[in-house]
Design a protein. Sequence first.
Length: 264
Amino acid sequence: MVSGALRSLGSDRGTELDESYRFWYAPTDRWRIEIDGEPVYLSGRDRSLVRIDGHMTLLDGDIRMPILGRGVSPLQLLGQNSLLHSMSRDVVVRDEPRAVDVGGRRAWAVLVGDRSGKNGEISIDESTGVIVRLSMSAGSGSSEVVELTEHASLPDGLFEWDGPVVEAPSPRGRRARPDPEVGRQERSEVLRACVTALDRSAEVLSLMQRAESEEDAIRRLVSELGVTTVGAQAIAAMQMSTFRPDMADQLRRALADDENNRRC
């Protein structure tokens, strides 16, 4: 569980970019993201909301990662929607990692590039696996996390909203917003799968090394670990820091709490 502040600077289509967020993150992709002290995105146990035209709005079935601004958002720093997860399919490492200091914390910086020749540098916090600095080639912009803090726990209420909520309109052809019970079921599947991966970490590493693609990795995880597809996708997106004992304990406690809540 972590919190911090993210600032992105640069230019976007000829206009200057200066965006700042404060964020809190807990296992199973629970988020609270604020701009100027006002929540703009909340993802808790049962639902996710994004601020649209000044109103907290329930996300519908088509929106998996809301666009919060023009630059990098906290949602891309870690978790299932992280840049590391999406870039791993299209980006190659161009140099050896080197140790750097970002915000008084040790991190590892690596030069990466795509097939078009564009390069950038990503710095990853050594302790948490969070992307803490991202700079792109040609001076197009940079993002940096400051005040990154690790937490033993964060209150559930931090990720919930008790104010008025607006339902997003569902244009023709768009999937309806998922049933909350489906969301709870998927969260349970993710927790069980991640704890299974912790208990069988050597097997998971061997399996991932044998996989020929992301799709093949998902199939192998489902077949060999007996998890659901949703769970397998969560395992494939796990960061190495999750296997650290203190982080693993957090996940196991989250699973125990989830099972207790479902029995109530």
